[in-house]
Design a protein around this ligand. Structure first.
Ligand code: FMN
Length: 295
């Protein structure tokens, strides 16, 4: 029996019942830490995985910025084979999603085919903020046609498993339309924003990467709001969530679930969940009622 401290937090995403709308943003929950978040998240999303192992970028890989951080981790991961061997570590009672990335459409197809045969993977997020080598290294998110091509291939390979493309803020409405047309079951919005920090002491670029944290929350909220008005599939909000009120804001903007990334380095996500629960109690709503109120 699950004892809830207050409001009913249960939601549904792509036909999957979730105990609550929270999940880790891809790349921010380490395998070693998964055991410590039992009961916290409605679904678990490990770091993005690629076909082959990746060592990631050289240091420095993170820099603090006002209300956020810039990271250039570079998709460090052990490769899909090892990822699947270690997947049990993420089994803490909540559905497990997987995040896939690659250099080519065929990489995504390959990963989705593998994930399709893994019973414990319940949905597949596509990290589309990666250079597409066949299109001169532009991000898959650089053009709706590229989004449509990769999503269509992934959906076919996933053999019925929900595919959730994760988009960048730039061009998000057109890319969202393309992803939906290609068969996406939901959309995650947004990935980090292109950013750079400079170190005046060494007179050099410190980190060239992606901005995350509260600094990007209004950008992410706008993406969720605009996209959720033009697509029929559910939207998963991501970007700057650090409090329970932030979770409510994303759901009121149109999100059906919400990811917590950078804030999980500073705060216990259980507290964010409790704050969200408190907001719902004060509003006399449950999580599904809040989603309905937003639509
Ligand atoms: C250290 C770090 C690693 C990340 N790794 C990934 C990743 O592997 N795959 C991915 O799709 N996004 C990755 N992201 C982006 C987050 O999933 C998320 O989209 C972004 O950080 C915005 O959310 P936040 O403001 O809550 O952090 C990473 C972000 C950070 C800070």
């Amino acid at each position: 029996v699950v004892v809830r401290s207050g409001a009913d937090l249960r939601v549904e995403l792509c036909g999957l019942p979730l105990e609550n709308p929270l999940m880790p943003a891809a790349g921010t929950l380490w395998r070693e830490a998964a055991g410590g978040v039992r009961g916290v998240y409605g679904a678990l999303l490990p770091k993005t995985v690629t076909r082959e192992p990746r060592a990631g970028n050289p240091p420095p890989r993170v820099a603090e910025t006002p209300a956020g951080m810039v990271n250039s981790i570079g998709l460090q991961n052990p490769g899909v084979e090892r990822f699947l061997q270690e997947l049990d570590d993420f089994d803490v009672g909540a559905p497990i999603f997987a995040s896939a990335a690659g250099d080519t459409v065929d990489d995504y197809r390959y990963l989705c085919e593998l994930f399709a045969t893994e019973e414990c993977i319940r949905a597949i997020e596509l990290n589309l903020s990666c250079p597409n080598v066949k299109r001169g290294g532009l991000s898959f998110c650089a053009a709706p046609a590229a989004v449509e091509e990769v999503v269509a291939a992934a959906v076919k390979a996933a053999a019925g498993k929900p595919v959730i493309p994760k988009l960048t803020a730039e061009g998000v409405v057109e890319n969202a339309r393309a992803a939906e047309a290609a068969g996406a079951s939901a959309l995650t919005l947004v990935n980090t924003l292109p950013a750079l920090t400079v170190d005046v002491r060494s007179r050099a670029v410190l980190v060239r990467g992606g901005l995350s944290g509260p600094a990007i929350k209004p950008v992410a909220l706008r993406a969720v709001y605009e996209v959720s008005r033009v697509v029929a599939v559910p939207v998963v909000g991501c970007g700057g969530v650090a409090t329970g009120t932030d979770v409510a804001e994303f759901m009121l903007a149109g999100a059906s679930a919400v990811q917590v990334g950078s804030a999980s380095f500073m705060r216990n996500v259980e507290e964010i969940k409790e704050e969200f629960c408190g907001y719902l109690k004060d509003s006399g709503l449950d999580a599904r009622g809040l989603i309905k109120a937003a639509h």
